[in-house]
Design a protein around this ligand. Structure first.
Ligand code: HEC
Ligand code: HEC
Length: 255
């Protein structure tokens, strides 16, 4: 229980920083900020200048541990993830495994944490989620998740083949009206507000995830703030046709 709780809280607290430098809450060294004010008080001749000047705090980089290791990530990916997600993380429709190679590491890490913490992929009807969750749980620790996230984000692959022929013009209207504000006009995602890239993802996966959000199979957990936010947006798509239309449009953006 506690593990679940902390894993989930961790997922929510991590700011959207590329390369997962927050995997274990490591922040940029505060001393690089603090030293500036120390310097100015030294030269201002204030009362504190009587005291021996404090030695400048060492400007150390965050511990190496806070960064992903590509080589380790490659090893993990090839032994664990590749069979389902493909050699370039281009996805596999037969398995229902999405393309991962257009997401930034922070998003991959956040999703791995959610799967691991039971706040995504834990519902009985969520076949894909139930396939993926044990994979995230099998990773050794935060560092392993970070390593593999950084490696996956370094991969490049073909844009997934289109499988749907929805009404793209209708989908475009919906996208511009509802989705673009958060996911960006080009569907590339907006890391500063924690939204993933959509362009370049397979249309069938977009439909699958939007359907999960609409059915409450994703974004169902109290601690899943970003998932709940998206669930509310998916509810605005009132018909299955609207879902297919918007997915068809999104898929066309990366062609
Ligand atoms: C047994 C097949 C399988 C394996 C092995 C597997 N995955 Fe997955 N993965 C899936 C499926 C299926 C989904 C879609 C889940 C859903 O439908 O919500 C998924 C989804 C994901 C997602 C969510 C992406 C998104 O945009 O929603 C991430 C991240 C991910 N996998 C990473 C990994 C990593 C990293 C590994 C290796 C440690 C891995 N997967 C191993 C099947 C697999
Ligand atoms: C209020 C901001 C917001 C709006 C508007 C919004 N989204 Fe999202 N969306 C998010 C967030 C945040 C996530 C990440 C959810 C998570 O962390 O699990 C997300 C995730 C998704 C995902 C899952 C992608 C993946 O790979 O896991 C899809 C698909 C998606 N959005 C499609 C849409 C579509 C289509 C629209 C318009 C109908 C839309 N979104 C509107 C915020 C938004």
């Amino acid at each position: 229980m506690f593990v679940t709780f902390f894993a989930a809280v961790g997922a929510l607290q991590s700011p959207p920083r590329a390369y997962g430098d927050t995997a274990d809450g490591v922040q940029p060294p505060a001393d690089s900020v603090g030293s500036a004010s120390t310097d100015s008080s030294d030269t201002s001749g204030s009362a504190e200048s009587e005291a021996p000047p404090a030695p400048a705090p060492p400007r150390v980089p965050p511990p190496a541990k806070a960064f992903g290791h590509l080589e380790t990530g490659k090893g993990i990916f090839e032994s664990t993830c590749l069979p389902c997600h493909g050699a370039n993380a281009e996805g596999n429709k037969d398995i229902g495994a999405p393309a991962l190679n257009r997401q930034e590491p922070w998003y991959l890490l956040a999703q791995l944490r959610k799967f691991r913490g039971g706040i995504r992929g834990a519902k009985d009807d969520d076949i894909g989620g139930q396939m993926m969750a044990p994979m995230a749980m099998a990773l050794a620790d935060e560092q392993a998740m970070l390593d593999v996230a950084v490696y996956v984000a370094s991969l490049e692959g073909e844009v997934p083949a289109r499988t749907l022929r929805g009404d793209r013009a209708a989908g475009e209207r919906t996208f511009k009206m509802i989705c673009a504000a958060c996911h960006g006009a080009n569907g590339a995602g907006r890391p500063e507000i924690r939204t993933p890239a959509l362009a370049g993802q397979a249309d069938w996966y977009l439909v699958g995830q939007l359907t999960k959000f609409r059915r409450g199979l994703r974004g169902y957990h109290d601690l899943d703030i970003s998932g709940m936010q998206m669930r509310g947006m998916a509810a605005a798509l009132s018909t299955d046709k609207a879902v297919v239309d918007v997915a068809s449009y999104i898929a066309s953006m990366a062609q």
